[in-house]
Design a protein around this ligand. Sequence first.
Ligand SMILES: NC(=O)C1=CN([C@@H]2O[C@H](COP(=O)(O)OP(=O)(O)OC[C@H]3O[C@@H](n4cnc5c(N)ncnc54)[C@H](O)[C@@H]3O)[C@@H](O)[C@H]2O)[C@@H](O)CC1
Ligand SMILES: [K+]
Length: 491
Amino acid sequence: MIAAHTVAQVRAAEGRVMARLPAGLLMQRAAAAVDVESARILREVAGGVVGRRVVVLAGAGDNGGDALFAAARTARRGADVLVLTTSGRVHAAGAAAARAAGARVRPFAPEDTALCAEADLLLDGIAGIGGSGGLREPLRPLPAALDADGGPVVLALDLPSGLDADAGRLDAAVLPADVTLTFGTAKPCHLLGPAARTCGRLVVVDIGITGELPAPSVRRLEPVDAARAWRRARPEDDKYSRGVVGVVAGGADYTGAAVLAVEGAVRAGAGMVRYGGPAHPAELVRHVRPEVVVGPGRVQAWVLGPGVAPDDEEQGARIAAALASGEPAVVDAGALARLPEGLAPQHVLTPHAGELARLLATLGRDVDRAAVEADPAAHAHDAARATGATVLLKGTVTTVAGPGGDVVTAASATPWLSTAGAGDVLAGILGTVLAGHAGALAADPTRAAELAAVAAVVHGRAAALAAAGGPVAARDVADAVPAALTSLPGW
Ligand SMILES: NC(=O)C1=CN([C@@H]2O[C@H](COP(=O)(O)OP(=O)(O)OC[C@H]3O[C@@H](n4cnc5c(N)ncnc54)[C@H](O)[C@@H]3O)[C@@H](O)[C@H]2O)[C@@H](O)CC1
Ligand SMILES: [K+]
């Protein structure tokens, strides 16, 4: 898991640690880590450090201070270091250290853009967690000038300058990085889409504040976390203790989604899958999966809505009864169009951006699909708060928001996964995860956010296995779930 904390959380933790330490020590730890990473990168891309061209952009605040002290260390290794200050103010002790180590230090001028593009390594210390409002002039043309083959490796200190540390939005000019070294803990912008795409490879540097940090505001689940959370079959298990998944999907005119949701649930290892729906999809489901039981009965978690038409009264009644039972449920597609009052965290809504925009519009918000895609976490969170449910928003980064404010993300393994039916399979997988943890969810329904992200990780991994770098069909994703599970590190 990668944990991210907000600026306020980081500043509070840093304040407590700094009060116990000699002044400037945390900055030295940050600068030392930057120097080590810089030397590693220079050896990798330029074959060595001595004489290699390093340009350092240093802003007015402590992010610039980190950059200046790092510049001093790297200059002492023999690199050819040029520091360009990007503001009238500069960290005085840092600038003195850089000069004393042999680095040149002068203000950035617009014509320096070409110098930046020719460097082997560019350090971005313009702004960190104190930054706001995007890149300023005269730096705005810089990203476009660097966006060419053979440009420098861009190493961002703490975060790519121009990002808002606390948000996933990308609505202002940003200097995208190849590598981001972040200090103490990741920040929300590193994990939330679309900002996360500008961070490149993320490295979290331990500067000694971890013990002072509270529970993270945002978490990214990794495959190893999915392995840890996945409920294994135990010798004493029977099909009921493994978890029974009730699937209300498809309708008289729609059958494929019913089959795919059932496939997802079966392949993820449900103890039993019950199907609820009219005769036509039921026959097909039984034909494809003879192990499925058709008709009502005991259920530990529900998958509601894939392939259900908004005006299907028969399926609508089944969905309403399932939601009223209070059991954990995946609320997908057709079921999203008829949300009742009184949803709770164990109800996981699984919209894509367009469905979330429609859902928010019914709640009185003025948003469209583009607005949701521009800030997925904020909109998922808004919907979670307004409905009381957990919201899993599908996308390149899957974003899960709980009504209490926690956000859990999972990076999708392959863009090929955006294919018809893939969402039905995810709903089935998630149904099995919720059913397997029904006891834990009864004790703490807010665990649904993490479990939803676990399902997304496994779904993404199954897609990557099935696709093997090329196109993939939804049913193949379901078939690949067992192999995806056993391939998880730590399984
Ligand atoms: N507080 C601490 O204990 C530590 C802080 N560290 C560094 O300090 C940073 C935070 O320092 P600060 O609070 O001084 O803030 P920053 O240095 O992140 O940024 C604030 C400064 O940059 C200017 N600025 C704001 N937005 C800008 C923009 N869009 N373009 C250009 N300039 C902009 C502001 O005028 C202000 O002077 C962290 O991100 C991290 O890099 C590290 O040294 C580790 C320890
Ligand atoms: K930065």
